[in-house]
Design a protein around this ligand. Structure first.
Ligand code: SF4
Length: 669
């Protein structure tokens, strides 16, 4: 029998699409877009469609695995759970609970995926990861400036006179914003794209501005200097709703326009053009993730925020410094699900340099790593060290669908379910404000079990089973509890499938900010409390000719690692044969300098590592720029993270993945 059900994309993506999923004879046979979804309107990307192939893949893990003498053997759930629980109990007794590290990432946007935290909190607290490889610096920067990171509702773009897409290739990573952009353009808005790569979004722009990677904050300084010199700043907003403006002026005065143009590799005309857009609002700014993956990443986002504030484009329809949309995730009652008060002990490692932290941990040393929703071997910077760290612990447990690079290293691999094999609700704290319902549509293959089932079974064995003596429905109701007063209940969500969350469509409209002073803070008091410089400053990238000319001579090219178009991070490489090779994209000037042609075998290298692959020449990329899409598995040629640094961004919570210089040569043989 053939039936079509509404469901949701669970992938870590801006768009949180609504699906229509065809099920025939107990098998998912097609994934399409739900035309009735208010935002995503029937359009989905290949990554979402691929969830059918993922669910039905013959590569799926279907039984628990244990490594014995270097080889995996299949074992029963009873044995796997007894042994993992036994090891956890013993480690806690001898070394304390923080000798276990919970390494996680964001592979699944389901609400109940957060129950992993409930499990580890009730266990007594383990060593946790803080920060985010993906967007940590930007979120922290906006928290310093605004008090949080909120975006405007998707259709608010139609109030914008000008739209600036700053470092976000929305055609690839945020496809519904791309459609809104096209519509905004039809309605008369101008579109400007600032990016080191002339990407698919740039093709629909009225103007494309090329910029040297990592210099976006400097460009924002240039625009503010010009804007203020022309007396086009919004002095009323500045006087009534901000603090630290004098510190900002001091910074702007300290940097010469000629230096800005030379270092950002932009023209004065580019700066004047941008200033004219910001002075002629409402102008909305959509900020990407790549530019904050530098040692100056937080600083970069702070300076773009400052430009949006100085020009009076905050708290008005059609304006905004749109980065994350944390008000979406905060709509749910997360504490009720995760029980943070149960955590008796706690230790935190930065996500970026978890490998170094694991290797150097004392009192206690890390004895076990428990990996959920992630493939750190492919995704965490400095792969060589990550492998060393993950190999160094006594027990590595991985919950996954496939034998990923990380799972290959594990002592126990526990097979889990996909989105269509369990009930959950889905949302993304990045763009729109709709929550989607996804029911269980098919049975999982073999003995694969949901994460919730795994936590319940382990909790039972570890003596806190009562914390999981609840049905999936009861857990979902806890998560939705705070929303009930707005009429959002599980019953209604099950019926209507998608509901809008009660968030602000134009954030900061009241000009009341969530900072300690209640104002927009050019000088951040929160930063100062945390021991960082609160005044606005300009920092260049750490690996650049400005900061390290010797390094830049040895490794003259800037390596980016942008999101792949066909995989959600590392998740789809196993499913697409054509992706199972390393593609090294180079700018035209590098191709001519090194006499490299499309299809040549090349190697990129720096002091941290090397990676070989096939060259592809990028049209209109910024000179001296190389890109390798992130997420590639080591078993398919190697992750770009063999070359990236595990350093921390300037505000401590982000990665420096793009702050990476390399050289390139043709491979021999
Ligand atoms: S990956 Fe993103 S754009 Fe693609 S289907 Fe999923 S939510 Fe939609």
């Amino acid at each position: 029998m053939k039936q079509v059900f509404k469901s949701s994309c669970p992938l870590n993506c801006w768009d949180s699409c609504g699906f229509e999923v065809t099920v025939e004879d107990g098998k998912v046979t097609k994934v399409e877009g739900d035309k009735e979804h208010p935002i995503t309107q029937g359009k989905i990307c290949g990554r979402g469609r691929m969830l059918e192939a993922k669910t039905n893949s013959s590569e799926r893990l279907t039984t628990p695995l244990k490594k014995v003498n270097g080889r995996f053997i299949e074992i029963s759930w009873e044995q796997a759970l007894d042994e993992v629980a036994g090891k956890m109990r013993e480690i806690k007794k001898i070394h304390g609970p923080t000798a276990i590290l919970h390494s996680h990432d964001y592979a699944n946007n389901g609400l109940l995926i957060n129950l992993d935290k409930r499990f580890f909190h009730c266990f007594g607290g383990v060593t946790e990861l803080v920060g985010s490889i993906c967007w940590g610096s930007g979120i922290e920067a906006q928290t310093w400036d605004f008090g949080s990171s909120f975006s405007h509702a998707p259709d608010d773009i139609f109030h914008s006179k000008h739209v600036v897409i700053w470092g976000r290739n929305v055609a690839r990573t945020n496809m519904h914003l791309f459609h809104y952009l096209q519509e905004a353009k039809k309605r008369g808005a101008s579109i400007t794209v600032i990016d080191p790569i002339f990407n698919a979004t740039a093709k629909i722009a009225d103007r494309y501005l090329s910029i040297k990677p990592g210099m976006d904050g400097l460009a924002a300084i240039g625009v503010m200097k010009y804007l203020i010199a022309e007396n086009k700043q919004d002095q009323t907003f500045i006087d009534h709703h901000t603090i630290g403006y004098h510190d900002l002026l001091a910074l702007l005065d300290s940097i010469k326009m000629d230096d800005i143009l030379a270092q950002a590799e932009m023209t004065f005309d580019d700066i004047k053009y941008l200033a004219s857009l910001y002075a002629d609002g409402p102008t909305s700014t959509y900020i990407g993730l790549g530019m904050q993956r530098y040692a100056n990443g937080g600083n970069t986002i702070r300076l773009i925020d400052a430009l949006v504030a100085v020009s009076g484009n905050i708290g008005i329809p059609g304006g905004g410094a749109n980065f994350g949309n944390l008000q979406v995730g905060r709509s749910f009652q997360m504490d009720g699900l995760t029980l943070p008060h149960k955590k008796a002990a706690s230790r935190q490692f930065p996500m970026m340099n978890q490998a170094e932290a694991i290797l150097s941990a004392k009192n206690p040393e890390i004895k076990m790593i428990f990996v959920t929703c992630g493939n750190p071997l492919a995704q965490v910077p400095n792969s060589t060290k990550v492998k060393q760290a993950f190999e160094s612990v006594e027990t590595l447990v991985v919950v996954d669908h496939f034998l990923t690079d990380t799972a290959e290293l594990a002592d126990y691999v526990l097979p889990t379910t996909t989105v269509f094999e369990e009930e959950d609700i889905y949302y993304s704290s990045m763009y729109h404000h709709f929550v989607n319902y996804g029911e269980k549509l098919v049975e999982p293959p073999g003995e694969a079990k949901s994460d919730l089932w795994i936590w319940t079974q382990l909790a039972e064995r570890l003596g806190f089973g009562e914390a999981f003596h609840m049905s999936r429905t009861e857990f979902l109701e806890i998560g939705l509890f705070d929303l009930n007063k707005h009429g959002i209940t599980l019953e209604r969500l099950k019926k209507e499938k998608r509901l809008p969350l009660p968030v602000q469509h134009v954030p900061w409209e009241t000009k009341e900010f969530l900072t300690p002073t209640g104002k927009f803070e050019f000088t951040s008091s929160l930063a100062e409390v945390k021991g960082y410089e609160g005044k606005p400053v300009y920092l260049p990238p750490k690996e650049s000719s400005i900061t390290n000319s010797a390094l830049a001579r040895k490794y003259p090219y800037q390596l980016l690692s942008i999101h792949p178009s066909r995989s959600n991070h590392s998740q789809h490489y196993i499913l697409i044969k054509a992706l199972q090779m390393v593609k090294i994209e180079i700018s035209e000037d590098i191709a001519s300098e090194k006499q490299i042609e499309d299809g040549d075998s090349v190697t990129i290298y720096n002091d941290r590592g090397r990676l070989s692959g096939i060259a592809k020449i990028m049209k209109q990329a910024h000179p001296r720029t190389i890109n390798v899409d992130e997420g590639q598995w080591h078993k398919f040629g190697g992750s770009v993270n063999l070359l990236t640094s595990d350093g921390l961004s300037d505000n401590g919570l982000g990665s420096v993945l793009y702050d990476c210089l390399v050289n390139i040569k043709k491979s021999i043989g």
